[in-house]
Ligand binder design. Sequence first.
Ligand SMILES: CC[C@@H]1C(=O)N(C)c2cnc(-c3ccc[nH]3)nc2N1C1CCCC1
Length: 298
Amino acid sequence: MSSDTDHIPSVMYDNTKAISYKKGRYFGKGGFAKCYEIIRDNDKQSFAGKIISKNLIVKQNQKEKMTQEIQIHSRLNHQHIVEFFGFFEDHDNIYIVLELCKRRSMMELYKRRQVITEPETRYYMNQIVSGVHYLHSHRIIHRDLKLGNLFLNDNVQVKIGDFGLAAKIEFDGERKRTLCGTPNYIAPEILSKQGHSFEVDIWSLGCIMYTLMVGRPPFETSSLKETYAKIKKCDYKFTIALSPTAKHMIMIMLQSDPSQRPKISKLSHHDFFKGYCPASLPVSCLTMAPRFDKLEVP
Ligand SMILES: CC[C@@H]1C(=O)N(C)c2cnc(-c3ccc[nH]3)nc2N1C1CCCC1
């Protein structure tokens, strides 16, 4: 609930770096945060600001989660991860300064297009897999990979964001037991509290690829309880014809047994990526299906 005690000033000061920002247009809510475009005064560069009222994070564990998100995100540096520019606070709020992704996220793309072509799916999955490979090689699990966290910049490049549920694997073989929050594409081992690790992100990637190519999430039903039952039984069907390699790639990611799912390093070599993959996509692809003249040689 948005309490009206939130006071978000029109000018925000980062006293540690002596930088000030002007508050721009409102983007919407992201968890506890109210999100705005913020414009840096000295060079007029625009950023995405995540502004969290201190009234909302009073409990110790909420403070710890906030610190964990900042601690994890601030150390990341990759072409397909949202850039983290810094954070600061004043009496009322905590401010997180992030890369502005002008084309918002793949959720908007999905809402406009419903389904996308195989070449487009290769283009997006290639970038998402590259970003997740970086995370896993730095022992970070994202744990909430979903279309709304896959941001798009003006060049239609994917940027993985929102590390609010992310965790660091501290030692080999560590299985996380708790997850405070509800991931959108939640893996079966989280539901059955078996302990979880990197494999949950592979499950989410399977859900993302299925949703992009079929036009709806694999386990969607009218109630959360029913959806969880389908996830536990791994009960999903392909209701439209996909190419054999696309179907195979989705199937190996959507396996109940986490140990059977491919590691992220293996995924990038899957046969699915051997088909035509555009080097870039025009912004028109966010609203209309493209026609690729380099169609696959039969
Ligand atoms: C700041 C939070 C979140 C985010 O993490 N990023 C990187 C982001 C970037 N550009 C945008 C952006 C919105 C409109 C143009 N760009 N939005 C971002 N969001 C949205 C804001 C509302 C929910 C999640």
